[in-house]
Design a protein around this ligand. Structure first.
Ligand SMILES: NC(=O)c1ccc[n+]([C@@H]2O[C@H](COP(=O)([O-])OP(=O)(O)OC[C@H]3O[C@@H](n4cnc5c(N)ncnc54)[C@H](O)[C@@H]3O)[C@@H](O)[C@H]2O)c1
Length: 297
């Protein structure tokens, strides 16, 4: 069975559900915030993949009690079935600079993207530890969690750097104790999704400006060079099969039909090269000798 959070829209989580159910024949539990989203995911999965059992469960990953209920529900809906894969994939994104970002958007970003991952680990990893079978746990960070922060996604990139660090720590914690669990951190480049829209909608619901019952799927993205969620999922499971801890899913063939890769690895390398050689690529570098000197106006 595969358990996937943030699977109720049409993005990465949905692609993972379809791949797990349709290509790998796994039972699937799709988790998301709102009843309308998980009900639709459950119905679509049951239609597309009648050979497996599919369920949609409502759960707010920022709430440990919700996750505990989810675990109980899974055990009663699919009794005796083992969990082979957990994807802590729920996330939000607000594109604002550090100076112009809003405290409530920072709070939502850190709560969902960081604490949501920690809560999902704490709810599901003990189950994986208790099983006599091999399994995987993956948390979705971003290539933004491995590269230098840039203009416009301050809270998002900060949160994704944290997800990478959490997964690195978890992999050390479990390496000796539970070698039958393989930990992965998923760092996608560009995947077609409605992340901006789903984040804005969820924020409106949490602020009481929209009723949860009115939420519908945010749909996919319209960036032509992006990977589709199903091709992206293929790349994820290829990384898992290869045992890669850092699953950097780049926009490369055969997962896209064009030759304009995002080149995630090159951007990551640039950051580390800059660190290793103490280079700064800031447009106006603040060197030690400038500190405390009068500003030039
Ligand atoms: N699309 C990309 O290019 C891209 C790139 C790098 C990383 N990511 C990451 O991939 C993950 C999936 O995003 P996506 O782009 O597929 O968009 P998406 O909108 O399809 O997925 C995000 C999902 O998380 C759900 N969610 C938000 N808060 C939640 C909460 N508290 N509890 C439960 N569910 C919650 C949303 O309702 C939504 O369904 C996110 O973590 C995102 O940061 C996406």
């Amino acid at each position: 069975m595969a358990v996937i959070t943030g699977a109720g829209n049409d993005g990465i989580g949905w692609g993972l559900c379809c791949h797990a159910a349709g290509k790998l024949g796994m039972h699937v539990v799709a988790i998301d915030l709102h009843e309308s989203l998980v009900h639709s995911a459950q119905e679509r999965l049951r239609q597309q993949c009648p050979q497996v059992e599919s369920f949609g469960l409502v759960c707010d990953v920022t709430k440990p009690d919700d996750l505990a209920k989810c675990v109980d529900n899974i055990q009663s809906l699919l009794p005796g079935k083992t969990i082979g894969a957990v994807f802590a994939n729920a996330g939000v994104m607000f594109s604002r600079t550090v100076l112009k970002s809003k405290p409530e958007e920072w709070a939502a970003t850190l709560n969902v993207n960081i604490l949501g991952v920690v809560n999902t680990i704490q709810a599901f990893v003990p189950i994986l530890q208790s099983q006599a079978f091999n399994s995987i746990f993956s948390a979705t960070a971003s290539v933004g969690g491995l590269v230098r922060g840039d203009h416009g996604g301050a809270s998002y990139q900060a949160s994704k750097h944290a997800v990478v660090a959490i997964c690195e720590s978890l992999s050390f914690e479990l390496a000796r104790k539970s070698p039958h669990i393989s930990i992965h951190v998923l760092c996608p480049c560009i995947v077609s999704s409605g992340l901006h829209r789903s984040s804005a909608v969820n924020q409106k619901v949490s602020e009481g400006k929209l009723a949860a019952g009115e939420v519908v799927s945010a749909g996919g993205g319209d960036f032509a060079l992006a990977m589709t969620p199903d091709r992206h999922a293929e790349q994820v499971f290829d990384h898992i099969a290869d045992g890669n801890f850092y699953m950097i899913t780049d926009n490369i063939r055969p997962y896209v039909d064009h030759d304009k890769p995002f080149n995630g690895l090159e951007i990551i390398k640039e950051r580390y090269d800059n660190m290793m050689h103490s280079h700064s690529t800031t447009a106006t570098p603040l060197t030690r000798s400038l500190v405390g000197q009068p500003r030039q106006l």
